[in-house]
Unconditional design. Sequence first.
Length: 313
Amino acid sequence: MATPKDDPMQVFDRRAVRRHRDRAAAVFAEHRFLIDEVAERLTDRLDDVRRLFPRALDLGARDGALARCLTGRGGIETLVQCDVSQDLVARADGLRVVADEEALPFAPDSFDLVLSSLSLHWVNDLPGALVQIRQALKPDGLFLAALLGGDTLTELRQSLADAEIAMEGGLSPRVSPFADVRDVGGLMQRAGFALPVVDADIITVSYADPLRLMADLRGMGEANAVLERRRTIMRRETLMEAAARYRQRFGGEDGRIPATFQVIYLTGWAPHASQPQAARRGSATARLAEALDAQEIAAGEKAVPMPTPADRR
């Protein structure tokens, strides 16, 4: 019988994701600065959309960070807040649902808007989750999401890997893998979203000490949940070596160290007949050569080489 570790689609331990958020619930307010910052940046994008979205879903709501930013935005009348952690979402106000992003309990055409802030990077089957989100949207409904990208915590990754190899003679996945911005646009199209847009930005946080960064990650419920992670606690000498390497390699003149978070933003619409459509193949009324003021070459003919800049006098 196959186990989750035998399934190539199972990268993350979803029970660990829930457990980490449950444990973080009591101290989450002290560590949620990144969650709050990205929630504000994501909801700012609603200001550019001249539409009203009466019924909305916050997928991966945690303690209601997006709801706090959404006040008065988007014409939202009903907001359903959904998270895998009961302990964390219980701290949000309003309508709350405990559910897994990998198995959404919502009927098709349920929402005008689906938002997700810093949660989908823990999903094993991201294409499948995107399909479920698109199906939960009404036609011409909007999907806005932010998830961590592949350049996230690059300094911590390198420091932990180098320290573990040096101190223990081996390497285990200590920081979770993240999506590549170049691939996410294709996933949006595969999931059936119309007019998909993907962009990214970098948030760099300055820390006095690498251990403080690790404490923040635990406090946000963002500790390592890779299925193949080593289940034993990292040896203290390895941890201290990683912190020393972090400071040596990435520390600034002021003694502080940077932590990079790459945030990928997704925008897509559930298909609708009113949306702009690609022109039918062969329906163009003007030739491309005319638009470019270039010579058109028939198939099978050889083009006459144009002079290079060095040839011009």
